[in-house]
Ligand binder design. Structure first.
Ligand SMILES: [Zn+2]
Length: 436
């Protein structure tokens, strides 16, 4: 399983789709260069352009540059006005579509990797941080092409995206504070996906309450406070032997909190249960009792919730087995050390999607929804989304044009690191309170 297999069903943009330069065809090797116009600048063109820059008229300078972006870069560089031009232009975010096309062309004709970085930083309003590791030109190209395909104002001037940092590591990324932190590029496609995913976290933080409402109320994601709450929510024990129910709950408390900060449980549910049964009745009786509990598990929602979260690469890989009860699906999240639940409708969507990253938590689900929604052009065509997702993405996300930062507590925990051939993304760093 994994992301590689999804390739055949991708619906990617044609080069002309969206009116934004080379589109995903340029991203994934379909050409590019189609928007290159670089006739030598005339004296009149240069004079007008430099005058606009010197007057600080960014919008006008951009409009002039639009008739000959390559020539504009030449003229600006020859007159040492390239940085001044970018400063003036940067004051006009978010840009209109013609301006975005011009900025795409200026990037493509920037002439050097260093100039490309200047264009990227000015256009999107971010500081590029390379203190830990350096971006490659190919990495920046992918992010530029991807960012230019997202709605105007989502990356350009986004209040929660102020820094783009390169981190050590082969694959994956994180989002924290107002920084998108990217590791290396395994494939252009995966790198673009990771970037969209991290922008999704930034959008979540920027939009704030309305995304929280989508996650919590519409999609029904819940973080349960305790095993007692879980037991109540699934409707209580059913066929679990009555003489060990307290012991089961004690084992469950230990199981739930045993692997905080990890993606999977280090020790199986049964090993925790067995230890507690032995404590209660000694090894010999415990062995027989364990058999009894095992038999009861398929018809007991409390036992099922723990059993079906245990083992493998983690509960986010076991979503098809998550315990269903009372119109919801339940699982234990090892990382957050607590039980989670999600609405049956969202659970069905997750089953049809079959994307472990989206199963991980409410926050990761939204970041993956964002990445998936904007994978296609027009957006949202890659798969059947529930109507509450489609409505929200169309009405609230696609129309979002930057905004004020909502209060959101602490450093976030969301982090995604590609691991192994499955291409799974993992959320490292941070603690429990991070996304509270
Ligand atoms: Zn994430």
């Amino acid at each position: 399983m994994g992301s590689e297999r999804e390739r055949s069903q991708d619906v990617e943009q044609s080069p002309d789709a969206g009116g934004s330069g080379g589109g995903l065809a340029a991203l994934f090797g379909g050409g590019g260069g189609g928007r290159t116009r670089s006739a030598a600048p005339t004296e009149e063109f240069t004079t007008q352009l430099i005058a606009a820059v010197n007057a600080g008229k960014g919008k006008q300078a951009l409009q002039i540059a639009g008739s000959n972006p390559g020539g504009a870069v030449q003229a600006l560089t020859a007159n040492s006005r390239f940085s001044a031009f970018l400063r003036a232009v940067g004051r006009n975010r978010p840009f209109e579509s013609a301006e975005r096309r011009t900025l795409d062309a200026i990037y493509d004709n920037a002439g050097s990797f260093e100039n490309k970085k200047l264009v990227f930083a000015a256009r999107y309003g971010v500081n590029i941080s390379e203190t830990e590791a350096k971006f490659t030109e190919a990495e920046l190209d992918v992010m530029q092409q991807q960012a230019s395909l997202l709605p105007a104002g989502q990356v350009e001037g986004l209040s929660t995206f102020k820094q783009l940092a390169r981190k050590q590591g082969q694959r994956g990324g994180t989002f924290g504070g107002t920084s998108i932190n990217m590791k290396g590029m395994a494939t252009k496609k995966e790198f673009a996906h990771t970037f969209r995913h991290e922008v999704g976290h930034a959008i979540d933080a920027a939009i704030g309450g309305r995304v929280a409402d989508l996650r919590t109320n519409k999609a029904g994601w819940r973080r349960l406070a305790s095993t007692s709450e879980l037991i109540g929510a699934v409707g209580g024990f059913k066929s679990c032997p009555t003489d060990v129910r307290q012991t089961v709950q004690r084992a469950m408390n230990q199981f739930a909190t045993s692997s905080r900060g990890s993606f999977t449980f280090a020790n199986s549910w049964e090993s925790h249960l067995n230890g507690h049964l032995i404590k209660q009745m000694g090894a010999e009786k415990a062995a027989a009792k364990l058999q009894e509990v095992r038999k009861a598990t398929p018809s007991d929602p409390v036992l099922g919730a723990a059993h079906n979260s245990s083992g493998g690469n983690g509960p986010h890989y076991k979503h098809k087995q998550w315990q269903v009860a009372n119109g919801r699906a339940f699982f234990f999240n090892a990382y957050y050390a607590k039980p989670f639940s999600v609405s049956a409708e969202t659970h069905n969507f997750l089953k049809s999607w079959n994307n472990p990253k989206a199963n991980f938590s409410d926050k990761e689900w939204f970041a993956e929804v964002y990445a998936e929604w904007f994978r296609t052009s027009p957006p949202g065509k890659g798969r059947a989304f529930p109507s509450y997702v489609s409505d929200f993405m169309k009405k609230t996300v696609e129309t979002y044009r930057g905004g004020t930062v909502q209060t959101h507590s602490g450093q976030d925990a969301a982090s995604d690191e590609g691991g192994g051939e499955a291409g799974q993304q993992r959320d490292q760093a941070g603690g429990d309170g991070a996304w509270a």
